[in-house]
Design a protein around this ligand. Structure first.
Ligand code: 5RP
Length: 219
C-alpha cells in the first residue's frame, strides 16, 4: 500500500466521527480524500466550514454547502491532516500554506480529528520544516528572530497565502518544548501564525497503515 492509499484509509475512517451539523474541514491531499467521502453523506450534514480556498472549491464541486465560520457558531468536529504529529498529538501543519485558517477552525471546534499516513508520526517534532505565516513587510525581521531561536528560515518563494501573506519554512529545529516555541514565535511582531499546533493539539489521530487504520488519543 502506498502513502496515498494510507491517507485515503485514514480519511475514510474519519467519517465515523461525523454526526451531522456543520463539519470543520482542513486542507491537503489527505483532506481531499475526506472531502470526497464526505460528499457521499452530504445529505446527513448541514454543511462545512472550510480552512482554505482550495477546500472550498473542492467541496462546492461536490455540492457540499460551505458555511462562513462567523455564521456557523461553535463546531463540534474539525477534520484535518498534518505534516508531523508527536505522541501527544501536537502537530506541525502548514505544508499546504493554510495554517492560519486551519488554526482558527481548530480553535473553534470541540473535537479535532487529525488524519494522516503512519509516516507522519514522530517522536520529536521538527524534521519537517516549520511553516510560519508572516506579514510581507516583516519577512526579513522575523527571519532574523527565527535564526536567534535556532532555526534556519527559508522563504517559500512564489507562494502567497489565502490571506495575502508569506511563508517562512524553518529548517533544523528540534522542538523539545512545542508549547514554549509556539508561544515564542507567536509573540514576534509580524507573525500571523506559526504552524505548531501544541497549545491546541489534535484530540484523535487516525493513521493509515499497512495493517489498517490505527487510532491514537492524546497521552
Ligand atoms: C495544509 C496542512 C496539511 O494538513 C498538511 O500539509 C498535510 O498535508 P497532506 O494531507 O497533503 O499530507 O497543514 O496547510
Amino acid at each position: 500500500m502506498n502513502q496515498d492509499e494510507m491517507k485515503k484509509q485514514a480519511a475514510e475512517a474519519a467519517l465515523a466521527y461525523v454526526e451531522g451539523g456543520v463539519v470543520g474541514v482542513g486542507t491537503g491531499s489527505t483532506v481531499n480524500h475526506f472531502i470526497d467521502y464526505l460528499a457521499g453523506i452530504k445529505g446527513r450534514i448541514e454543511g462545512a466550514v472550510s480552512s482554505s480556498e482550495a477546500s472550498t472549491q473542492r467541496m462546492r464541486q461536490h455540492g457540499i454547502n460551505v458555511i462562513d465560520l462567523n455564521a456557523a457558531g461553535p463546531l463540534s468536529l474539525y477534520v484535518d491532516g498534518a505534516d508531523e504529529s508527536n505522541h501527544q498529538l501536537q502537530l506541525i501543519k502548514g505544508g499546504g500554506g493554510a495554517l492560519t485558517r486551519e488554526k482558527i477552525v481548530a480553535a473553534a471546534s470541540a473535537q479535532f480529528v487529525c488524519i494522516a499516513d503512519e509516516t507522519k508520526l514522530v517522536s520529536c517534532l521538527g524534521q519537517f520544516p516549520l511553516p510560519v505565516e508572516v506579514i510581507p513587510m516583516a519577512r526579513s525581521y522575523v527571519g532574523r528572530e527565527l535564526v536567534k531561536l535556532g532555526g534556519n528560515p527559508v522563504w517559500r518563494e512564489n507562494f502567497v497565502t489565502d490571506n495575502g501573506n508569506l511563508i517562512l519554512d524553518v529548517h533544523n529545529l528540534e522542538i523539545m518544548e512545542p508549547i514554549k516555541l509556539e508561544n515564542q514565535i507567536n509573540a514576534l511582531a509580524g507573525v500571523v501564525t506559526v504552524g505548531l499546533f501544541a497549545n491546541r493539539p489534535a484530540d484523535v489521530l487516525i493513521l493509515g497503515s499497512q495493517s489498517g487504520p490505527r487510532t491514537l488519543k492524546a497521552d
